[in-house]
Design a binder for this molecule. Structure first.
Ligand SMILES: Cc1cc2nc3c(=O)[nH]c(=O)nc-3n(C[C@H](O)[C@H](O)[C@H](O)COP(=O)(O)OP(=O)(O)OC[C@H]3O[C@@H](n4cnc5c(N)ncnc54)[C@H](O)[C@@H]3O)c2cc1C
Length: 481
C-alpha cells in the first residue's frame, strides 16, 4: 500500500509517525511538502499544550464544543508518553536540543502554565479567567491560586500587574522546531518513508478514487491512499483539484509570534492571559534550546487575523503590539531583549471554526486540517485517528461531527453572536489602547457595533444562527456565506 501525505507540518508528520508501526513490509509513506515550510503554523506555534487555559466564558455550551474539548483534554494526557515515544524512536539520531527526556525537570517538554488576570484589556479577561477556574473545579483538575508576585520572571509594568493568577500544573509546551526536527529525523531514517521537497498542485481522479497527485513541477506521484494535511493551503489544493466534494472554506488565520533572547531573564514557565477578543491574549513561553544551556529564549505570541489569501510577512503593527504587550504585561525587562526571529504562520481556520477530520466520500481521501489554534496540542490524538483511517480501520464514531463534508456547524444563536461579537470587538479595541471619554461614548460605540452586526446578520440571512466573532470580517467581505 502506498500512503501519500500532502503537507509537512505537525499533523502530516505525526500521522506518518503513527503509520510507521502499522506498515506491512511492502508498504510505503511519501510525504510531500516544501522544505522551507513557508507559512507553517507549526513552526510559528508556542507550542502550548493548553486545554483549560483556552476556555472562555462561552465555551462548552454545545455537544460539539464539549466533544472538541474532550479531544483536547485527551491530548493533554497523551503528550508525555507521545514525547517519550518520539525520543525512543529517534534513538541515536535524537536532535541535540532534545538530548534528554525531562518532563519533570525541564527538557524539550515542560509543564506548569500560569494564567494571569490583569486589567490591561477589559472585562472579557475577567469573564474568561472565571470560566477557566470554574471549569477546572468542575473537572476536578489540579490547579492553585498563586500570588502573582511569586510567578517566576513575571515583572509587569505597575499599571498592568495582575490581581489574580492560577497555576495549571499539567499544561505544558514544547519547542515546535525541535519536535519537527525530531519527527523529520525519525522519518528520514526509515527506509519505508520518502520525502519529496515540492508542493502538490492538485489531485488526479480515476473512476474509483484518487489515483495520484500532480506536483507544481508537473510530476505525477501515484498512490493508494491520500491524506490532505497541508494546513491552511488545503482549501486551495481542493479548489485546484475540482473534485466533487462540498467542503467549507478554509481561511488563513495569519498569526505572528516572536522569538526573543533575554540573557538576564531566563524564563521557566508559560505565563499567559486568558483568551481575549479576536485572539488568544498575550503569552510568554520558554523556547527551549538545549538541555545543557540556561534557557534564555522566550516565545511571545500571538496575533491573529483571518484572510482568504496567505500573507507572507508580519504586519509591523502586530510586531509592535506583541512587543509592547509582552513588555508591559509580562516583564518590563524584555525592553532589553534581542529579537531572534519573527514567525508568521497560517492557522488553518474553517468557516465554522471546527476542524475537518476524517474520510471523504472519495474512498481513499482523508483530510486533516482546520485545527486553528490547537493543532499542535491535538496532534498525538489526531495522528492516531488519521493513521487508523488511512489503514481502513474505524475510529470513534463521534469524530463524524467533524467530517470534512459536513454541513457548516451553526450552533451559536443569533442573539449570543451579537452579544459576543460586541464584547469581542470592544475587547480588541481595549487591547489596542481604546479609551472612551466617558460611559456615554462607550455606549455609543457599543450601539454602533450592534447596528453593524445586526445589519450583517440580516444581509447574510443569519436570522436563526449567529456568526462566530472571528469570522465577522470574512462574512463582511463576502468570503464566507
Ligand atoms: C502564531 C501561532 C501560534 C500558535 N500556537 C499554538 C499553540 O500554542 N498550541 C497549539 O496547539 N497550536 C498553536 N497554533 C496552531 C497550530 O500551529 C496549528 O493548529 C497546527 O500547527 C496546524 O498544523 P498543520 O500541520 O495542519 O499545518 P502547518 O503547520 O501549517 O503545515 C502545513 C504544511 O504544508 C505545507 N504545504 C502547503 N501547501 C502545500 C502543498 N500544496 N503541497 C504540499 N505541502 C504544502 C506547508 O509548507 C506547511 O509546512 C499556533 C499557530 C500560530 C500561527
Amino acid at each position: 500500500m502506498k500512503h501519500i501525505i500532502i503537507g509537512n507540518g505537525i499533523i502530516a508528520l505525526t500521522t506518518a509517525f503513527k503509520l510507521l508501526n502499522m506498515l506491512g513490509p511492502a508498504d510505503t509513506i511519501t510525504i510531500i511538502g516544501p522544505i522551507d515550510r513557508t507559512g507553517s503554523a507549526t513552526l510559528a506555534a508556542a507550542a502550548m499544550l493548553n486545554s483549560f487555559a483556552e476556555i472562555d466564558a462561552h465555551s462548552l455550551k454545545s455537544d460539539t464544543d464539549l466533544y472538541h474539548f474532550e479531544l483536547s483534554h485527551q491530548a493533554t494526557r497523551m503528550w508525555p508518553d507521545f514525547e517519550m515515544g518520539l525520543i525512543e524512536a529517534a534513538n541515536y539520531h535524537l536532535p541535540l536540543g532534545c538530548a534528554k527526556y525531562a518532563v519533570h525537570s525541564g527538557g524539550c517538554f515542560d509543564q506548569g502554565t500560569y494564567v494571569i488576570n490583569n486589567a490591561a484589556a477589559d472585562q472579557v479577561d475577567d469573564q474568561n479567567f472565571d470560566a477557566i477556574v470554574k471549569t477546572l473545579k468542575k473537572f476536578n483538575k489540579k490547579f492553585d491560586f498563586v500570588d502573582p508576585k511569586d510567578i517566576p520572571n513575571y515583572y509587569p509594568a505597575q499599571r498592568n500587574r495582575a490581581m489574580r493568577a492560577i497555576l495549571i500544573h499539567n499544561e505544558g509546551w514544547l519547542n515546535p522546531r525541535l519536535v519537527v526536527e525530531m519527527l523529520d529525523t525519525i522519518l528520514r531514517h526509515n527506509s519505508q518513508v520518502r520525502f519529496i521537497n515540492a508542493k502538490v498542485d492538485k489531485f488526479i481522479m480515476a473512476v474509483d478514487g484518487i489515483d495520484a497527485v500532480m506536483l507544481e513541477n508537473k510530476k505525477i506521484i501515484s498512490g493508494d491512499v491520500f491524506l490532505l494535511a497541508n494546513g491552511a493551503m488545503a482549501g486551495n489544493t481542493l479548489k485546484q483539484s475540482e473534485l466533487d466534494l462540498n467542503i467549507q472554506p478554509i481561511f488563513h488565520g495569519v498569526g505572528v509570534s516572536l522569538e526573543l533572547k533575554a540573557p538576564d531573564f531566563p524564563h521557566e514557565n508559560c505565563i499567559r492571559t486568558p483568551n481575549r477578543g479576536g485572539a488568544c491574549g498575550i503569552y510568554a513561553v520558554p523556547f527551549f534550546q538545549r538541555p545543557d544551556q540556561i534557557n534564555n529564549h522566550i516565545l511571545i505570541g500571538a496575533s491573529n487575523f483571518l484572510s482568504p489569501e496567505p500573507f507572507f510577512h508580519a504586519r509591523a503593527g502586530s510586531v509592535a503590539h506583541l512587543l509592547e504587550s509582552a513588555i508591559n504585561e509580562i516583564n518590563e525587562n524584555l525592553f532589553d531583549a534581542q529579537m531572534v526571529r519573527v514567525n508568521v504562520g497560517w492557522r488553518p481556520t474553517t468557516q465554522d471554526t471546527y476542524p475537518l477530520l476524517g474520510r471523504t466520500s472519495i474512498g481513499n481521501l482523508v483530510i486533516a486540517t482546520g485545527t486553528k489554534r490547537n493543532g499542535f496540542h491535538l496532534s498525538p490524538l489526531i495522528s492516531e485517528m488519521m493513521a487508523a483511517l488511512m489503514m481502513g480501520e474505524d475510529v470513534d464514531k463521534r469524530l463524524g461531527v467533524f467530517a470534512p463534508e459536513r454541513k457548516i456547524i451553526r450552533e451559536l444563536s443569533h442573539d449570543d453572536a451579537i452579544k459576543i461579537g460586541i464584547e469581542s470587538l470592544i475587547s480588541q479595541h481595549y487591547q489596542h489602547g481604546y479609551k472612551p471619554s466617558n460611559i456615554r461614548m462607550e455606549k455609543l460605540v457599543q450601539e454602533g457595533f450592534r447596528r453593524d452586526l445586526e445589519e450583517l446578520h440580516y444581509k447574510v440571512g443569519a436570522l436563526d444562527w449567529g456568526i462566530p466573532p472571528e469570522l465577522i470580517n470574512m462574512y463582511k467581505r463576502g468570503h464566507a456565506r
